[in-house]
Write a protein that binds this ligand. Structure first.
Ligand code: ZN
Length: 478
């Protein structure tokens, strides 16, 4: 009987023209070409209906999963620059052709009409180690600095005679000043005082300085180098209970560099460098009360993407923004039930800017920030690797939280353990609290997408994150 039915079903399906839906790479908006990075091989994924159809791409046979999903990693044909997809079912056949755009040549910018050294005003942003280098310094908005050179869009900002950083002109230089030089301000004193959830170190200064902040690996001190100032500190006042600050000491490692070392008697929980009406301020976050576990903690949850930003999309069309939101709501409910206070950056399918998400968490004075995502691969990466769950952090004091949650996610959800990453992502860059970003699974993989669609998945993920939070609190207190 069963065999008869199956035969009948196949007879019915044969005669249907198969359809092909490619999710990635897609034709660009208002363009008839597909744009991918300049790579030798790349992946292509989507689905075929009905799933009984066979699929080939550029002559390579590609496996179609039970639900019709497919994912292939193929050489990019440099002559034809096309993906030709053919689905066949019995005598019926359909073909889809995706023409690939040629790689675009590098852009060369013209040099600005400026005589160096030149005083410029920054809107904030980020200065790098090199025009193509890593993020290194995050200037305060309206910081005035001397630039002494320019290279392909980037102004060179000397920090000391032997050190410099580079900042992108179009994005972050808001004014070429008429004045040519800056007076070097003198640092006379510092006042340390408790203020709400923070302990503030207030330093009167004539103008906003360039500075570099760094937390020591054992989280026992915060080091701030302030550039182009004269150290003349004769007095540091300590008012009232300044826990977790033990002491503030200073040094001059190079001429016109003031190094402040804030020694802490508990592992650093977070800090913020700020400017207030003629004062340069370093705020140290007080350690929250962990005696009742996560009870009473304010936890910010950020469901990645939303609205017009779909995030990554799976082969059968599941969007990352929907999966992230579902997990976030499950997590918010669970944490509420456990006595935590929850701040969430979106509860609808709405677009929220990356920096607004951080502002929401910081305005609520959240103790912890957790951003929820699902992963995709960059062009050219072979999907045949150990890809699974990963947790990302940027600040050293977020590392323990990342490791604790990674352990529980892998134990509960059983995706491959891809480890934790130090990773320069906007949502994990805030300094005010431990902040992590979870990439639960690869939504672009047919098997992972199918798991993410399961009914209990969001609840299971929420449970794993909650257990990871408990593990973190226990290990932090140790
Ligand atoms: Zn994402």
């Amino acid at each position: 009987m069963i065999e008869l039915l199956t035969t009948l079903q196949i007879c019915f399906i044969i005669g249907v023209t198969p359809s092909i839906n490619v999710v990635y790479p897609k034709l660009a908006a208002q363009d008839s070409l597909v744009h991918i990075a300049n790579v030798d091989s790349n992946f292509i994924f989507g689905s075929v209906a009905p799933p009984e159809a066979s699929l080939s791409i550029n002559g390579y046979s590609v496996e179609v999963k039970e639900n019709g999903a497919f994912l292939a990693f193929l050489p990019v044909n440099r002559q034809s620059r096309k993906y030709i997809l053919t689905a066949e079912l019995g005598d019926e056949k359909s073909t889809l052709v995706l023409p690939l755009a040629s790689p675009s040549p590098p852009v060369r910018l013209s040099r600005p009409d400026v005589e160096f050294p030149q005083l410029i005003e920054l809107s904030g942003g980020v200065a790098r180690t090199h025009p193509e280098g890593a993020y290194y310094i995050f200037p305060l908005p309206e910081t005035r600095v001397i630039a002494d050179d320019w290279r392909n869009g980037y102004y060179k900002l000397p920090l000391t005679p032997r050190r410099a950083v580079w900042i992108e002109g179009v994005k972050y230089v808001q004014e070429i000043c008429s004045a040519k030089y800056l007076k070097t301000p003198i640092v006379w004193k510092a006042d340390v005082e408790s203020k709400g959830k923070w302990v503030e170190i207030r330093i009167p200064l004539e103008r906003k300085p360039l500075y570099r902040d760094l937390v020591d690996v054992d989280l026992s001190k915060l080091i701030i180098d302030v550039f182009h100032v004269i150290s003349h500190i004769d007095k540091i006042s300590y008012l009232g209970n300044i826990d977790p600050i033990e002491e503030v000491i200073w040094d001059q490692p190079e001429e016109e560099v003031l190094r402040l070392e804030v020694l802490l008697d508990k592992p650093c929980w977070g800090y913020k460098v700020d400017w207030d009406n003629g004062d340069f301020i370093i705020k140290i976050r007080k350690t929250p009360d962990l005696s009742k576990g996560i009870k009473g903690l304010n936890i910010a949850i950020d469901p990645g993407h939303g609205g017009e930003d779909f995030g990554a999309i799976g082969p059968t069309g599941l969007s990352e923004k929907a999966v992230n939101l579902e997990a976030a709501i499950a997590l918010a409910n669970l944490l509420n039930n456990k006595g935590a206070k929850v701040t969430i950056t979106r509860i609808f399918d709405s677009y929220v800017d990356l920096y607004d998400r951080i502002d929401i968490a910081e305005a609520a004075e959240a103790d912890i920030l957790i951003s929820l995502h699902n992963n995709a691969l960059a062009d050219g990466v072979n999907p045949d690797g150990n890809f699974g769950t990963s947790v990302h952090y940027y600040r050293p004091f977020s590392r323990l939280l990342a490791a604790s949650i990674q352990k529980e996610l892998v134990r509960v959800l059983q995706f491959p353990d891809e480890s934790i990453y130090y990773n320069n992502l906007a949502l994990v860059r805030p300094t005010t609290m431990p902040a992590i970003l979870i990439e639960t699974a690869y939504i672009i993989f047919p098997e992972h997408e199918a798991r993410l669609r399961e009914d209990d998945f969001a609840e299971d993920e929420a449970k794993a994150i909650y257990q990871g939070l408990c593990r973190f609190v226990k290990e932090y207190r140790r």
